[in-house]
Design a protein around this ligand. Structure first.
Ligand code: 3SU
Ligand code: CA
Length: 174
């Protein structure tokens, strides 16, 4: 049942374009902003095109530059899971979380980082008031998950060995 609902959502998004049944960054932006606008407790200035381009790059497993049904489903399920974590911490504020809650939210999402990484993430994703809004939270976790996955793909006994071009491929298409 839910799968049927999901497929019809995907069809709606991917249907109105010549890009056969794949979701482009612009379509992803439109659907994310349409859904998030229905949730008044999720503070965001909206998902930017740049953020959606990055999210696509991070989950575009077959390198088509667009999201297939299964790539979109993976991203959608992750966002659904992570929005639940975000709301758990943002309920007492206006749809934002502070850097301390960000640390706990990242842990709840299953990532174990160190203090230096939590500080770097706050620097990269928090606003002047050291708070993280919803779209920043989601783009942070999409990147975190994709970078863990990329490392595991190359991992040989806990270390990876990359040529400079392999490194650039990894870091430039993200
Ligand atoms: O309110 C809920 O229970 C759900 S399932 C919310 C969401 C489920 N997928 C989402 C994607 C974005 Br973007 C924002 C909110 C949600
Ligand atoms: Ca793809």
């Amino acid at each position: 049942e839910e799968d049927q609902q999901f497929r019809s959502l995907f069809q709606q998004i991917a249907a109105d374009v010549s890009t056969e049944m794949e979701v482009t960054a612009n379509e992803l932006k439109n659907v994310l902003n349409r859904v998030v606008s229905k949730h008044k407790d999720l503070n965001t200035e909206g998902f930017s095109l740049e953020c959606c381009r990055s999210m696509i790059a991070l989950v575009d497993m077959d390198g088509t530059g667009r999201l297939s049904l299964q790539e979109f489903r993976h991203l959608w399920n992750k966002i659904k899971q992570w929005q639940g974590i975000f709301r758990h911490y943002s309920s007492d504020q206006a749809g934002i979380i502070n850097s301390y809650e960000m640390r706990n939210a990242i842990n709840d999402a299953g990532f174990r980082l160190n203090n230096q990484l939590y500080d770097i993430i706050t620097m990269r994703y928090a606003n002047e008031g050291m708070n993280i809004d919803f779209d920043s939270f989601i783009s942070c976790l999409v990147r975190l998950e994709a970078m863990f996955r990329a490392f595991q793909a190359f991992d040989q006994d806990g270390m990876i060995r990359l040529s400079v071009l392999e490194w650039l491929q990894l870091t430039m298409y993200a």
